[in-house]
Every structure is written in C-alpha cells, then in structure tokens.
Design a protein around this ligand. Structure first.
Ligand code: SAM
Length: 207
C-alpha cells in the first residue's frame, strides 16, 4: 500500500490525492464511480469528513483543505482507515470552485465553521464573496444543497446575505439543528461549552 512519508517523492502517490492545477477534476474519473459527489470545504482535523464517508458509503466525498499539515494528516488517516469513497485536494477553496470542478458536478456542499476574519483589515480572507458564490453555484447541480454552520451570529447573517445575493440559491432552513449529519470537532466544543451555533441550508435554484 503506498504511504505518504518523508520519502514522499520516492513512492507513488495514493489515489486519494487529487492532483491539482494540471486539469479539471472529473469526479467519475477520480472516484472511479458515477455516484453523487458531496464536497466539504475546510475539513480541519476531519472528524465530520470521515464520519460522513462512513455514514454515506454510496456518496463520493471530496474534501478541500488549504492547510498542508491538516491535509497531510488526513492522508494518513484515510490510508490507515482504508476508506474508499473519499478524495482530498490541498488547495484554496475559491480556486477549486473557479478552476477545478466541472459545472453541475456537486450534489451537496458542507462548510463547517469557516474562519470569520472579524477584523476589517482581514476581510479579504473571508470565504464568502460574490465571486465565490457564483463559482460555487456553477459547480452545483440544480436542487443541490449547501449546508453552512458558524458560531458567529453576524457571520451567519453575512453568509445568508451573500448566498442570497444573486438569486442563485434560496434558503431552505435557518438555524434548525439537524441530526442527519455527523458533528464536527468545532461543533462538539460549542455543544460542550453551551455556545450557540447556526446551521443554514441553501438550495441551488432549478434554472
Ligand atoms: C475554523 S476551522 C473548522 C474546521 C472544521 N470544519 C470543524 O468544523 O471542526 C476552518 C478550517 O477551514 C480551513 N480553511 C479556511 N479557509 C480555507 C480555504 N479558503 N480553502 C480551504 N480550506 C480553508 C482551515 O484551514 C481550517 O481547517
């Protein structure tokens, strides 16, 4: 079994890694199956990502994480657990939805506790922008759902404002806790500490 190690350059890359930048990611090719594809942006330590893959074996789960250390650790975990319905990409999410993912290729998207970047001088680092929403909508099939969670009340409003800006999505649920999906590491901490968080679901319009 190929393994990511310090001698990385001397071993073949595991197939869970999606090589980026050279060409578009064609999900049927990289997963080797035509199952629907769900994307998680910013999987962090990967608790949600791995549990989602286990709970939904007939869905192909793509993970994007821009932090190389978290990405590297996730490679190790996936190989150790021998999970087959996942692939991961080490890239900035806005770049992926702009350049890598084909139109209509995603059936679901999860964004759990994105960094809010509260200071105005850091605003440019926020994930949600009109460009990002447009690009994300392009990658999603009609009726596909984006589920977004945050613990920051003003950021929940900011997200909703952007998601609804161009009429590409409509809101199906606001602030209803749902138990269909696993919890994330951040979410577990908020639940433990009694800190409220906000879950929102947006559906891509059919036209
Ligand atoms: C606050 S943490 C939340 C981690 C995890 N989703 C959870 O709920 O436990 C945000 C994660 O998103 C990743 N991230 C932030 N901006 C990103 C971007 N533009 N592209 C890809 N990953 C990003 C960070 O590296 C980090 O792992």
């Amino acid at each position: 079994m190929p393994y990511i190690s310090p001698s990385y350059n001397t071993v073949s890359e595991p197939e869970i890694i999606v090589k980026t930048f050279t060409r578009q990611v064609i999900p049927d090719e990289v997963f080797g199956s035509p199952n629907p594809v769900w994307l998680e942006i910013g999987f962090g330590v990967g608790k949600f990502f791995l549990n989602l893959a286990e709970r939904f074996p007939d869905i192909n789960i793509l993970g994007i994480e821009h932090n190389p250390y978290r990405y590297f650790k996730m490679c190790e975990k996936i190989l150790r657990l021998n999970i087959h319905n996942v692939r991961i990409i080490n890239i900035d999410a806005p770049m992926a939805v702009r350049y890598l993912l084909p139109a209509g290729s995603l059936s679901g998207v999860f964004i759990n506790f994105p960094d809010p970047w509260p200071k105005s001088k850091h605003e440019k680092n926020r994930l949600f922008s009109s460009f990002f929403i447009r690009d994300l909508a392009r990658c999603m099939g009609p009726g596909a759902v984006v589920r977004i969670q945050t613990d920051v009340d003003w950021y929940a409003e900011h997200i909703a404002e952007y998601m609804l800006l161009e009429n590409l999505f409509y809101c199906v649920e606001r602030f209803e806790p749902d138990i269909k999906f696993p919890t994330t590491t951040f979410q577990d901490r908020f639940i433990r500490q009694g800190i409220p968080y906000y879950t929102q679901l947006f559906k891509k319009r059919l036209d």
